[in-house]
Design a protein around this ligand. Sequence first.
Ligand SMILES: C[S@@+](CC[C@H](N)C(=O)[O-])C[C@H]1O[C@@H](n2cnc3c(N)ncnc32)[C@H](O)[C@@H]1O
Length: 204
Amino acid sequence: MDKTEHWENVYQTKSSDEVSWYEPDPKQSLDKIVSAAVDSRGRVIDIGGGQSFLVDRLLDAGFAHVAVLDISRTAIEATKARLGERASQVEWMVADITQAKSLGEFDIWHDRAVFHFLTDPDDRRRYVELLRRSLPIGGHFVVGTFAKGGPEKCSGLQICQYDAATMQAELGTSFEPLKCSEYLHTTPSGKPQQFFFGVYERVG
Ligand SMILES: C[S@@+](CC[C@H](N)C(=O)[O-])C[C@H]1O[C@@H](n2cnc3c(N)ncnc32)[C@H](O)[C@@H]1O
């Protein structure tokens, strides 16, 4: 099964609150985006947004330019359906982030639990190149991954765990850390999962 088939299968067979990453209130992400944004005119993209409620909360917070990208068309269509009329306020993209050539320009790039699936160094290099091309100097990268000591797999797939040092090594000198922290996510079945969260500014 290739990557697209894997994620299509997940979203075609599980409801949004059955998946381990389900989060009814994406507070960690939203707080970091709100504090990174100069104002609600900031353009925000949620990479691998899936069926996350982050897009709903960003619209509630008044963000006028919000985009959601995911490899799964099923996830994107379900999120659009949930938003109803408000879906037209959002830019939707179905793409594999490791293959996309250009996404346009954004002030904030958010990724919760996608980067850690990139176990191939070439995929990570292409991701960081696209990130750098998509954010102007002063733009922010908000990323959440499994932390060191956290889960070793997600959705049956291998992942890479991160801390501040290993994330910085992936990002290089074009990105400066503003805040790195960890928190515990609890899955719908009650399992704790340690997450690393970093907020970076593009400086070069
Ligand atoms: C663990 S889920 C996290 C979903 C969402 N960010 C959240 O926090 O609820 C990973 C998401 O990334 C998407 N995804 C995985 N690999 C991807 C890729 N290479 N390009 C774009 N999206 C991808 C999946 O379809 C899935 O929606």
